[in-house]
Write a protein that binds this ligand. Structure first.
Ligand code: PGA
Length: 219
């Protein structure tokens, strides 16, 4: 059985109370699977609270962040450095298409990957197709075609597999390729059963504890 990642990208959703409500339900229904690493990426403000809850409740779930600064530290208003993020998280989504559409470049993504790896954070680098440059040092990639994000129209598992295998064949450093874009408990297994797809990055469907735990169960 291959190792899988199931990553929740909460985006700009959930305040502390809402996260608490999610976690209180999730902890009662979540079934740990030995080969599945579950990672929740909440909004920055509640990252410490989510991390604390998971630790206090002994839940085998890791915390990630949705972005990090490309700067090491200093006068960069609004930014959070990799070192600061590493206090609570071991993973960072980097280069999501929603950030690239705000002007983030391939060079920014490369710099962020370097910042993350320096402090022991594993970058999960998002790409929208097989032609986006894979940053040096990135071992985990999430293939997320724009037209599949938040639309209810996922890519076909066959095409996602084609892109995943292309990414791996062009970049020998890449160990995991995840698929993202309208993943649900109904379609997740169609993706994870593909030879080169090593997990999923889930947006909308990760906001509901029942649906997210169903995705973990079905993957
Ligand atoms: P979605 O988002 O699951 O809501 O399509 C995925 C993502 O943007 O990471």
């Amino acid at each position: 059985m291959k190792d899988l990642y199931v990553v929740a990208n909460w985006k700009e959703n959930k305040n502390e109370d809402e996260a608490q409500e999610f976690l209180a339900t999730f902890k009662n229904i979540y079934q740990v699977r030995e080969n599945v690493a579950v990672i929740i990426c909440p909004p920055y403000l509640i990252v410490p609270k989510v991390a604390e809850f998971l630790k206090n409740n002994n839940l085998s779930v890791k915390v990630g962040v949705q972005d990090i600064s490309k700067f090491e530290e200093g006068a960069h208003t609004g930014e959070v450095s990799a070192r600061e993020a590493s206090e609570f998280s071991r993973f960072a989504i980097i280069g999501h298409s929603e950030r690239r559409s705000q002007g983030e470049t391939n060079e920014d993504v490369q710099e962020k990957v370097e910042m993350a790896t320096k402090v022991g954070i594993e970058p999960i680098v998002c790409v929208v197709n097989g032609n986006v440059p894979i940053p040096l040092g990135a071992k985990t990639i999430a293939y997320e075609p724009i037209e599949a994000i938040g639309t209810g129209n996922p890519d076909t598992p066959e095409n996602a597999e084609k892109i995943a295998s292309l990414i791996k064949s062009k970049n020998s450093q890449v160990q995991h390729v995840l698929y993202g874009g309208s993943v649900t408990s109904k379609n997740v297994h169609k993706f994870t059963q593909m030879q080169n797809i090593d997990g999923v990055l889930v947006g909308g469907a990760s906001l509901d504890p029942m649906e997210f735990s169903a995705i973990i169960k079905q993957c």
